[in-house]
Design a protein around this ligand. Structure first.
Ligand code: PBG
Ligand code: ZN
Length: 326
């Protein structure tokens, strides 16, 4: 290796075209997935105060947002539902006329190019806000699996392209794969939230999805933020159970996890830039403390540079517009 003055790394940074030519990482709109919150009713557009620019939308209002994402070149949307009523087992999660299956059918029909992801978890649907069946003071793993599988089949029947279990029960990918195959959905992909951490960055989402636990927390099923090797264990278990893609969540504070997962598997790796990551950037930008658009693009670039192939982000449409213009 040569040294200064022969070596001058600035030579490759001289012009915009030159910098772009040698860029090691590129973002594209089709890598991005936009999360949407679907509520029952008609004409509902309820702003989410902690997530400026995002709303809870009824199906008729979610359709134009999906079309806008499709027009911007965004790769897909991931749907979360808030049901009309909640119960102990979260049974509204597999109601074929619930907000998510209805939205899947409507988006399929009106924005056919989008890849439609369905998040599978019970916390938006249970009266206690936990991700599964509560027995005593904990979530019962094995009793929850068939319920998750029923929800997955309901979304598959409605026309989802990707089933994304976010509950972190052990064995859920296998249970869902088996139920999908039994229902004839051999071709539907499963993207497991394999390395999902017990994170404080989900705060705004729990307002948006009305899914905060009524008691306790999610630390007995979501991962300990201290661990990275365990993420590789989780990913490998999910792949053995039939996952087609794996996800790391949150993204920004867990870039080492994204990189470790990227190194250890050959399937596509998704990373979820979660609600708290979005809201913090938005809040700082609203105060004029940072340039919101530039921090947005830099945060997404960092996630992709760490090794993500797909990024779930509340910035999807805005970022896609900037990418199309540049
Ligand atoms: C449901 C779920 C959560 C998120 C995605 N799916 C919240 C949680 O586990 O409490 C978080 C997404 C975000 O914060 O943007 N299990
Ligand atoms: Zn959950």
């Amino acid at each position: 290796m040569t040294a200064f003055p022969t070596a001058r790394p600035r030579r490759l940074r001289r012009t915009d075209r030159l910098r772009r030519m040698v860029a090691e990482t590129r973002l594209a709109p089709e890598m991005l997935v936009l999360p949407l919150f679907v509520v029952p009713g008609e004409g509902v557009e309820r702003p989410i105060p902690s997530m400026p620019g995002h709303r809870q939308l009824s199906v008729d209002r979610v359709v134009p947002v999906a079309k806008q994402a499709e027009a911007a070149g965004v790769g897909g949307v991931i749907l979360f539902g808030i049901p009309a009523s909640k119960d102990e087992t979260g049974s509204a999660a597999w109601d074929p006329s619930g907000p998510v299956p209805t939205a899947i059918r409507a988006i399929r029909a009106s924005a056919p190019d989008l890849v439609v992801w369905a998040d599978v978890c019970l916390c938006e649907y249970t009266s206690h806000g936990h991700c599964g069946v509560v027995v005593g003071d904990t979530v019962d793993n094995d009793a929850t699996l068939p319920l998750l599988a029923k929800a997955a089949v309901a979304y598959a029947d409605a026309g989802a392209d990707v089933i994304a279990p976010s509950d972190m029960m052990d064995g859920r990918v296998g249970a869902i794969r088996e139920a999908l195959d039994a229902a004839g959905h051999h071709e539907l992909a499963v993207c497991s939230y394999s390395a999902k951490y017990a994170s404080a960055y989900y705060g705004p989402f729990r307002d948006a999805a009305e899914s905060a636990p009524a008691f306790g927390d999610r630390r007995t099923h979501q991962m300990d933020p201290a661990n990275v090797r365990e993420a590789v264990v989780e990913v490998n278990l999910d792949l053995a159970e039939g996952a087609d893609m794996v996800m790391v969540k949150p993204a920004g504070p867990y870039l080492d996890v994204v990189a470790a997962v990227r190194r250890s598997v050959d399937v596509p790796v998704a990373a979820y830039q979660v609600s708290g990551e979005y809201s913090m950037i938005e809040a700082a930008a609203a105060n004029g403390w940072v340039d919101g658009d530039r921090v947005m693009m830099e945060s997404l670039l960092g996630i992709v540079r760490a090794g993500a192939d797909v990024v779930l982000t509340y910035f999807a449409v805005r970022a896609a517009h900037i990418l199309e213009e540049s």
